[in-house]
Design a protein around this ligand. Structure first.
Ligand code: TRP
Ligand code: SF4
Length: 400
């Protein structure tokens, strides 16, 4: 109901590695060409699991921003900000908490998973249980409709959608809704009004979701509507409530999995990562010593690329010709592992060259980053404040 808006966040983990780059950042950079984008450091989220490890949060946030910028996130296109600097996130999380059944949260798969996996952390806190509520607030406070995330976050977006629906259902009621909605339809002008009615009927009578989508597009392309009428017309398509908080969609893009040096998931804490700005000498050394097919002991033993993490890196970094050469050479013992690794080393160093150069500017002058983020926080806050005005009003908290 509002213009397309992309929002995504990352917990501050400090310097990024090439897994972050291929898994998320490249996608963010692509999206900023096409959409209004907001990208933030989820510092409060870090506290949900690591509430007693606070010494590194701030440094991690700044390091992360340097790497986002170095990777090519463009501060003239995307808004970069810090979650805790926009307190509206917390206000909305508190209010959403009022309508969140605890059972929903206990059933989120990551809740039990993480409790089982992170046994060295105390995860019996309210904050950790409420994680998906805070994440919902992060998204809904900007009325963002597109949220690029990994597969592991989809269940959180599902909670967000359910909370938005519940919010609209409870607080989108208004006396005389039908009449007001019908009056708003007239304001579309006769041609658009007719098309709106046709599409609405197609959705309500036949459940035609394409018609619903088309009707939403029609509204999105209509400028001269008041916010109230807009909310009514979006709500009227589906029922008899205003849409105050639109439901977001997860944006799942096919990204290759970047294996760590030992074949496990790449993670700084496993010590198996190649960083986004790694010194070329270190890149060479890390890849040269990385694990290969364990069955290929001697140069004369044929190998199986499927059992080798280097092959995973070729999926990310090499073209078809090179991959054919690897497959052929490995399975026939025609090439050695060091030979096989060289194109990967070259490609990583080549990819990182402009990234290292861009980073240098920000490392030389940290005030550049501070200013970009200060501007971003201010912009984000303005947008969040607009939503909160409507939310407070809908919830009976308007006092002027
Ligand atoms: N939970 C996300 C993660 O761990 C980070 C995150 C927090 C986020 N809030 C968000 C992502 C809002 C997208 C939208 O990766
Ligand atoms: Fe892995 Fe390449 Fe060695 Fe085969 S030749 S085992 S793919 S490094």
């Amino acid at each position: 109901m509002f213009a397309d808006r992309v929002l995504s966040g990352m917990r501050p983990t400090g310097r990024m590695h090439i897994g972050h780059y291929h898994g998320a950042l490249k996608n963010w950079i692509r999206l900023q060409e096409e959409y209004e984008c907001l990208y933030f450091a989820a510092d409060w989220h870090a506290l949900t699991t690591h509430f007693d490890e606070t010494e590194t949060i701030a440094d991690s946030v700044w390091e992360m921003f340097v790497d986002w910028l170095a990777a090519g996130v463009d501060p003239t296109r995307a808004t970069l900000f810090i979650q805790s600097r926009v307190p509206e996130h917390a206000e909305l999380a508190l209010l959403l908490g009022m309508i969140t059944p605890v059972g929903w949260l206990e059933r989120v798969p990551t809740y039990k998973d993480q409790q089982q996996k992170l046994t060295d952390h105390d995860l019996s806190n309210f904050g950790f249980l409420g994680y998906p509520v805070m994440m919902s607030a992060d998204i809904l406070v900007y009325r963002a409709n597109k949220v690029p995330v990994g597969e592991d976050q989809v269940s959180h977006i599902e909670v967000t959608r359910e909370l938005a629906r519940r919010f609209n259902h409870i607080y989108g009621r208004e006396p005389g809704f039908e009449e007001k909605a019908r009056a708003a339809v007239k304001k579309l002008g006769s041609k658009k009004a007719k098309r709106y009615e046709t599409l609405r009927t197609a959705f309500q009578e036949q459940g035609d979701t394409q018609a619903l989508e088309a009707a939403r597009e029609l509204l999105e392309g209509t400028q001269n509507l008041s916010l109230g009428d807009r909310e009514r017309l979006f709500g009227y398509l589906e029922g008899s409530r205003r849409v105050i908080l639109p439901e977001p969609q997860p944006l799942l893009t096919e990204t290759p999995r970047v294996p760590g040096l030992d074949g496990q998931k790449m993670s700084k804490s496993y010590g198996n990562a190649i960083m986004l700005r790694e010194d070329p000498v270190a890149v060479t050394q890390k890849v040269r010593t990385m694990q290969t097919d364990p069955a290929r002991v001697r140069r004369t033993d044929p190998g199986d690329p499927e059992k080798c993490p280097v092959w995973g890196l070729h999926q990310v970094y090499s073209d078809q010709v090179t991959r054919d050469w690897v497959w052929q050479g490995c399975t026939s013992a025609g090439i050695g592992c060091l030979e096989c690794k060289q194109p990967v080393i070259d490609a990583i160093i080549r990819e990182q060259q402009p990234i290292r150069e861009r980073a240098q500017r920000y490392l030389d002058d940290p005030s550049l980053v501070r200013n970009i983020v200060a501007d971003g926080c201010e912009r984000a806050r303005k947008l969040a404040e607009e939503t909160m005005r409507d939310v407070r009003e809908a919830m009976g908290l308007r006092y002027d």
